[in-house]
Design a protein around this ligand. Structure first.
Ligand SMILES: *Cc1c(COP(=O)(O)O)cnc(C)c1O
Length: 417
C-alpha cells in the first residue's frame, strides 16, 4: 500500500499505516489479523444494511451474468427504469425525471448545471448565480467545491472557484438578513442549494426545519430553483426517509448518492420536476443537456439500489431505525449528565453528534486521530470531523453493538475529563 497508494483526505507525511480489511459482515469490518471493528460511521456514511449483505450480493451476481454495463445514450435497461420508477414514488416532491451519474459530487454538479442551463435555455442568461449556505459541503469536484464552504479543504483553489452568495446556516437571529439577501440578488440567481436540516461534512451541524421553510419560501417566491442535497440525509438517516419530508416546501431538484445503493456501489441521481425538464424539450439541439459519465446508470449499481430499496421497505428495517433512534436519544441524555468537556449534543433520527471542547477547535487538532486510534483498539470505528464526534450506524446494528459503541465513546471521553 505505502509503495503504490495515495489515500483520500489523508496527510501523506507521518501517515498512520491503513488497516488492511479482508472482510465485512453486518456492522463488522474484519482486518487481516482477525480483529473486528464495529463500523459506527457506515464507512463514510454509505452503508445502510450492513456490509456484504447476502440479498444485495445475490442480486448483483445475477445481474452481472445478465448485463454488467451498457452505454446509456441510445440504450436503456430494466434496472435503470425500475429504479427511476421506484424512486419517483418515494421522493419528497413532485419529481418526474431521474438523471443518473456516479457519486454525490457528480449528482450536485449535475443539479447546478441543470439549474443554470434551465435559465439559459429560456434566454435568461443573467440568472446564473448560486446561493448556498456557509458551512456547506456538496462534494470535491470544482462546481461542488464552489458551492461548499470556503474551508481548509478548498484553500488551494479559492481563486479558481466561482463566486457564490453564501447565507449563514439559519438561526432565528440571521433569518431576516438571509431572506433580504435572497430578495436583493434574486434576479441574477439560478438556484439555492442546501443540505436539509443537517450539514454533514461541515460537522453534522443541525438547523431548524421552520427556518429552512422560511428560506425556501423566500427562494420560491422569486422562482429560484431549490436544490436539496440529500446525498447524506437520504434513506432515513434523519429518521424520515428524506430530510425534506420534515419541510413544507418541496425542492425542485434533489440529489442522492451514498446510501442509494445501500452503500454497495457508486451511484448518484439528480431528480427534477417537469418544470425543469420541459425547458430542455426544445427543437434547438443547443438546448440539450450535454452531460454524462461513462458509467451513467450502470446496471450493477442500479440493481444494488433496487435491492437496497427492497430491504428498506421491509418492516423490520424501519423498525430498527426507530429503535436505533430511541437508543441514541437515551445515550444523548446520558452524555449530558457526564462531567466531561463536551457541548452541543444533538440528535436527529439515527444521527448523534457533539463537540469535544478540550484543545483547539480546529479540524487539524489531534482529537480526531486520538479518538480513531483509541476506538479501534476497543473494536469500534469512529472518525470525528475535527473535534466533532458523531455516529451514523448501519441500520442492522444490534442493541449490543450499539451499547458497545456508547461505552467506547464514554471511555474515550474520560480521557478529556
Ligand atoms: C458526501 C457528500 C457529497 C459528495 O459525495 P461523494 O460521493 O463523496 O462525491 C455531496 N453532498 C453531501 C451532502 C455529502 O454528504
Amino acid at each position: 500500500d505505502a509503495a503504490v497508494i495515495w489515500h483520500p483526505f489523508t496527510p501523506q507525511k507521518n501517515r498512520i499505516a491503513p488497516i488492511p480489511i479482508t472482510k465485512g459482515k453486518g456492522t463488522l469490518l474484519y482486518d487481516a489479523d482477525g480483529n473486528t471493528y464495529i463500523d459506527a460511521i457506515s464507512s463514510w456514511w454509505v452503508t445502510l444494511h450492513g456490509h456484504a449483505h447476502p440479498y444485495i450480493a445475490e442480486k448483483l451476481y445475477q445481474q452481472a451474468l445478465q448485463l454488467e454495463q451498457v452505454i446509456f445514450a441510445g440504450f436503456t435497461h430494466e434496472p435503470a427504469v425500475r429504479l427511476a420508477e421506484q424512486l419517483l414514488e418515494i421522493l419528497p416532491g413532485p419529481f418526474t425525471k431521474i438523471f443518473y451519474s456516479d457519486n454525490g459530487s457528480t449528482s450536485t454538479e449535475v443539479a447546478l448545471k441543470m439549474a443554470i442551463q434551465f435559465w439559459w435555455n429560456q434566454q435568461q442568461q443573467h440568472r446564473k448565480k448560486i446561493i448556498a449556505l456557509k458551512n456547506a459541503y456538496h462534494g470535491d469536484t470544482f462546481g461542488a467545491m464552489s458551492v461548499s464552504d470556503r474551508s481548509i479543504f478548498t484553500l488551494a483553489f479559492h481563486d479558481l472557484l466561482f463566486e457564490v452568495i453564501f447565507l449563514d446556516t439559519p438561526t432565528p437571529e440571521n433569518i431576516t438578513t438571509s431572506i433580504a439577501t435572497i430578495q436583493q440578488h434574486a434576479r441574477e440567481v439560478a438556484a439555492f442549494i442546501y443540505e436539509p436540516l443537517v450539514q454533514g461534512a461541515g460537522g453534522l451541524k443541525m438547523y431548524d426545519a421552520g427556518l429552512l421553510n422560511q428560506l425556501l419560501t423566500a427562494a420560491k417566491s422569486h422562482d429560484l430553483i431549490c436544490i436539496a442535497d440529500e446525498v447524506m440525509t437520504g434513506f432515513y438517516r434523519t429518521g424520515k426517509i428524506f430530510a425534506s419530508a420534515y419541510l413544507n416546501v418541496p425542492p425542485d431538484i434533489i440529489c442522492l448518492s451514498k446510501g442509494l445503493t445501500g452503500g454497495t456501489m457508486a451511484l448518484g441521481i439528480t431528480a427534477c420536476t417537469s418544470q425543469i425538464y420541459d425547458a430542455y424539450v426544445q427543437d434547438d439541439a443547443l438546448k440539450t443537456f450535454f452531460h454524462g459519465h461513462s458509467f451513467t446508470a450502470n446496471p450493477l449499481a442500479c440493481t444494488a439500489a433496487l435491492a437496497s430499496l427492497d430491504l428498506l421497505q421491509q418492516y423490520h428495517t424501519v423498525k430498527s431505525i426507530e429503535t436505533i433512534g430511541a437508543a441514541i436519544q437515551n445515550f444523548a441524555l446520558e452524555l449530558a449528565q457526564l462531567k466531561v468537556p463536551i457541548k452541543n449534543i444533538r440528535v436527529l433520527g439515527t444521527l448523534l453528534a457533539f463537540e469535544i471542547t478540550s484543545g483547539k477547535d480546529e479540524y487539524l487538532n489531534d482529537i480526531s486521530r486520538f479518538v480513531t486510534q483509541t476506538a479501534l483498539q476497543q473494536g469500534v470505528y469512529l472518525r470525528p470531523l475535527g473535534n466533532t464526534m458523531y455516529i451514523m450506524p448501519p441500520y442492522c446494528i444490534s442493541n449490543e453493538e450499539l451499547n458497545c459503541v456508547f461505552s467506547v465513546i464514554k471511555n474515550i471521553l474520560q480521557h478529556y475529563e
